[in-house]
Design a protein around this ligand. Structure first.
Ligand SMILES: Nc1ncnc2c1ncn2[C@@H]1O[C@H](COP(=O)(O)OP(=O)(O)OP(=O)(O)O)[C@@H](O)[C@H]1O
Length: 246
């Protein structure tokens, strides 16, 4: 097992955002987190990437307890890539520099080797000609693909994707989806939070429905999205259908 969250609890003040949450992700598996706004999807991803501390429980990556206070978060983040809704590229840096900055500065990797890997990735995703461009010259879909490359350049064991298609115009979603499906075909282990049920259905091996910071239901997409057992899941999907997002 690559990732295991065991009895994770996270509070913000008096609000319990993750409540005794347990989740396991096998190597090469793609898991989609779905659930209403506020159900804890982003918080869970941020806890896994050590961007926020948990109050209780354990998170293991390759069996190692990464929530142990003696663990260096920078070292863990080298093994976990994360991509956000709002690409977060630095506007004053070229695409290439955006990708190589953290590996070289934070993780002290060789500049030449990182540059080489970045260029290879850009080439693979059809953005080789954008290496020296600034982000504002790129479409939203291209910027998001650069942000994904930035997360991949450390060759992470696990990729976390938080609503990566939500900020994109509908016609740009396809190119990001294609890239993510390509990563899945190559065996990348991914956990993604999404409001797009079509996305979950297309890429996920397992869909996990979060409700009030707990896993209420989990299973193959056709089961959770097509024939859910829990009434809360059915209600959630009915609202999504009403909003035209299924
Ligand atoms: N830094 C914070 N301080 C206080 N409360 C927070 C913080 N981050 C998240 N929360 C609260 O935690 C709850 C879960 O938020 P989270 O963003 O994880 O949900 P989500 O399922 O990802 O929602 P969405 O689908 O809208 O992104 C919400 O009630 C939110 O207000």
């Amino acid at each position: 097992m690559l990732l295991s969250c065991e009895h994770v609890r996270k509070t913000f003040g008096s609000a319990v955002v993750l409540d005794d949450l347990s989740l396991e992700v096998d190597e090469h598996q793609v898991v989609a987190l779905i659930g209403a706004s506020g159900s804890g999807k982003s918080t869970l991803l941020r806890c896994v990437n050590l961007l926020t501390d948990i109050d209780d429980g354990t998170i293991r990556l390759d069996g190692e307890d990464i929530t142990d206070p003696r663990v260096n978060p920078d070292e863990v983040r080298q093994r976990i890539g994360m991509v956000f809704q709002s690409y977060n590229l630095f506007p004053h840096m070229t695409v290439l520099r955006n990708i190589t900055l953290a590996p070289v500065r934070v993780h002290k990797r060789s500049a030449a080797e990182t540059r080489e890997q970045a260029l290879q990735w850009l080439d693979r995703v059809g953005l080789a000609d954008k290496a020296d461009s600034y982000p504002d010259r790129l479409s939203g879909g291209q910027q998001q693909r650069v942000a994904i490359v930035r997360a991949l350049v450390n060759s992470p064991r696990l990729l976390l994707l938080d609503e990566v298609t939500s900020a994109l115009d509908p016609e740009l979603v396809g190119e990001v989806l294609t890239m993510i499906r390509g990563l899945k075909d190559e065996g990348m282990t991914m956990v993604l939070a999404t409001h797009e049920m079509g996305f979950a259905r297309q890429v996920a091996d397992r869909v996990v429905f979060l409700d009030g910071g707990r896993v209420l239901e989990a299973g193959p997409p056709e089961q959770v999205l097509g024939d859910p057992t829990e009434a809360r899941t059915r209600q959630f999907l009915a609202r999504i259908i009403e909003a035209g997002r299924l």
